[in-house]
Design a binder for this molecule. Sequence first.
Ligand code: MN
Length: 382
Amino acid sequence: MEIKNLKKAADRIKKAIKEKEKIVLFSDADLDGTTSLIILEETIKNLGGGISALYFPDRGKEGSGLNEEALKFLKKYSPALIILLDSGIGNFKEIEKAKELGFKVIIIDHHEILGKLPVAEIVVDPKQKGEKYPFKSLAACGLSFKLAELLLEGRISKNIKESFLELVALGTIADKMPQIEDNKVFIEAGLDHLSFTFRPGLKVFFKFFEKETYSFSEIVQKIISTLQITDNKNHLTEGYLLLSESDEKKAEKLLESLLKKSSQRQKAIKELISQIEEKIVLSDSPIIFKGGEDIPSNLTGALAGRIYSKFKKPTFIFTIKKNLIRGSVRNPQEVNSVEALSHCSSLLETYGGHAQASGFTVKKKNLEKFETCLEEYFKSHE
Ligand SMILES: [Mn+2]
């Protein structure tokens, strides 16, 4: 059985390649998004197609998902087919804007549906209504891989398939998708092959972290923690630059710089966590709701995750930038954070994500009301 609209998406992309339509790939900046994009980019090139632009939003400036800033940059490529990967399902306004600019839009996403679907030409999301495919918890990179298989129509070589599965395994683990069913198959196959990888950007990890000192699973963790959140350079993530680098010497240099930044980031996270923890007083509030101007917006997810795992309460960590607040949410299995956000959505600018991990933006003037709204929601759902 095929995922709803996936074959349609494959046919549409093939048509674009055949008719030399411009193609733009847009993806989320984390490792799931990065691997999703690379799989589709390499597949389209393999079919002889050209890609006019690649774009990852800068987490710090643009958050995640399609946004005005991105469209301002991309509009010079219009008319074009824009494929939104690991994002898009909540970008109602932005997709309208993209269409006005002359883009045709395909969404390949796996985040929660926010009541209705954006009006795009094709929407793939295993969580959408009418989806008959039984497994709903694929990562975006898993969807991208399935799309690649359809595009390559059984002509996918063993080498390419193995190389893609390495990426799917990493992206699926990084996105914390349940390691069952399809995901389990992908992860086992991908990890099986990972230490024999021919992708220079992955090979260098095995050179750097030697087998004698690091176990295989430690190396996998190093790869994920180094590539999960990376800096944005000219709309590309440094993780993308490493994974798509074909020269091993250059890949080594990139890895060195990424490892340095990653250890700085770990240090910053530690310091921020102790600062935030100091401010957490034991109270009967059902949630933790903390933020500040000094919290970098690319760290809110990591911070919320760590704080949640210690306090086991729905955790909202946000950064304050002028009038706009951007935050991340982590919460227990028993509640759905997207439903909580949706309950308070009249106060929000944007929101979306997964049941246990999501994000939001809110205007400063609505922050207090938002907190109260969440407290009420979680009190009634305890
Ligand atoms: Mn994802």
